[in-house]
Design a protein around this ligand. Structure first.
Ligand SMILES: NC(=O)c1ccc[n+]([C@@H]2O[C@H](COP(=O)([O-])OP(=O)(O)OC[C@H]3O[C@@H](n4cnc5c(N)ncnc54)[C@H](OP(=O)(O)O)[C@@H]3O)[C@@H](O)[C@H]2O)c1
Length: 249
């Protein structure tokens, strides 16, 4: 229970990687704010499973691209759980899977600007309470595609490269205030976001991975836990690939 007494806010925690992360942090003692946008019931199920297991959690609605909604989410978290110690920036914008030449300006902007806004607002609105207490830990969920592009993923690679740059900048600016910032970069992970992939493509990806399988949301959650623990207290500004060895840097 090494996160006992700490409060975590996980964006996009109603499903997939965010949901697995919220549950794991709660299992290790954190009180967790489970952010959702459209999936109210799944978010409430995540909260129920945490509470049933003896943990503490609330569901909080906010479109992370909207500053006012994020401000209200932070306030509700503070009012109901306390000051935020751990911020997991996970919610990402939909990926239009298309050759670059076919992308519309709107699709590109929605992905790139939407994704960065969704990291910018929660970070900017939570960091002041971390600075005040000279303590905090932020994890940005990027993607292995930020370092190694894939066909049809140019907008995703661009957005996640921006995420990487933002996380490194925050690590630099916030280190002197005792706040650690790291990037966790999943490889292909089986969630709703990847359920459209043909079975053969997933099998190919598994075959090309040293560990001979693709990721599950719990694999990514485990890496997040590893980096937010106090005994990782000197780890900041890092990019942690969670890909079964599929991406070695
Ligand atoms: N799956 C992969 O293979 C993979 C690989 C590399 C990186 N990633 C990254 O991992 C993160 C999570 O992906 P995932 O696969 O777990 O996705 P997912 O299963 O599709 O879940 C997406 C989550 O993000 C939330 N969300 C989307 N837009 C939001 C918004 N504007 N405001 C608040 N929440 C929002 C959704 O909430 P609602 O349902 O409530 O709307 C949902 O909880 C993303 O940043 C993604 O880019 C995933």
């Amino acid at each position: 229970m090494e996160l006992n007494g700490q409060v975590a806010l996980v964006t996009g925690a109603s499903r997939g990687i965010g949901a697995a992360t919220a549950k794991l942090l709660a299992r290790h003692g954190a009180a967790v704010a489970v952010n959702f946008f459209q999936s109210k019931e799944p978010a409430e199920m995540v909260v129920k499973s945490i509470i049933d297991a003896g943990g503490k959690a609330i569901a909080v609605k906010a479109d992370v691209r909207d500053r006012d909604e994020v401000a209200a989410m932070v306030k509700k978290t503070n009012d109901e759980l306390g000051m935020i110690d751990i911020l997991i920036l996970n919610a990402g914008a939909n990926v239009p899977w298309k050759a670059f030449i076919e992308l519309t300006t709107e699709e590109f902007e929605n992905k790139v600007v939407g994704e960065i806004r969704g990291f910018f607002h929660p970070a900017q609105l939570v960091i002041p309470q971390m600075i005040e207490r000279k303590k905090g830990c932020i994890v940005g969920i990027s993607s292995g595609l930020s370092r190694h592009p894939g066909f049809g993923f140019s907008s995703h690679t661009t957005a996640k490269s921006g995420v990487d740059g933002l996380m490194k900048s925050l690590a630099l600016e916030l280190g002197p205030m005792g706040i650690r910032v790291n990037t966790v970069a999943p490889g292909l992970t089986m969630t709703d976001a990847t359920s459209w992939l043909p079975k053969e493509r997933v099998e190919d990806a598994a075959r090309m991975t040293p560990m001979k399988r693709v990721g599950q949301p719990e694999d990514i959650a485990g890496a997040v836990l590893m980096v937010v623990r106090d005994d990782a207290g000197f780890v900041t500004g890092n990019y942690i690939s969670v890909s079964g060895g599929g991406l070695m840097l």
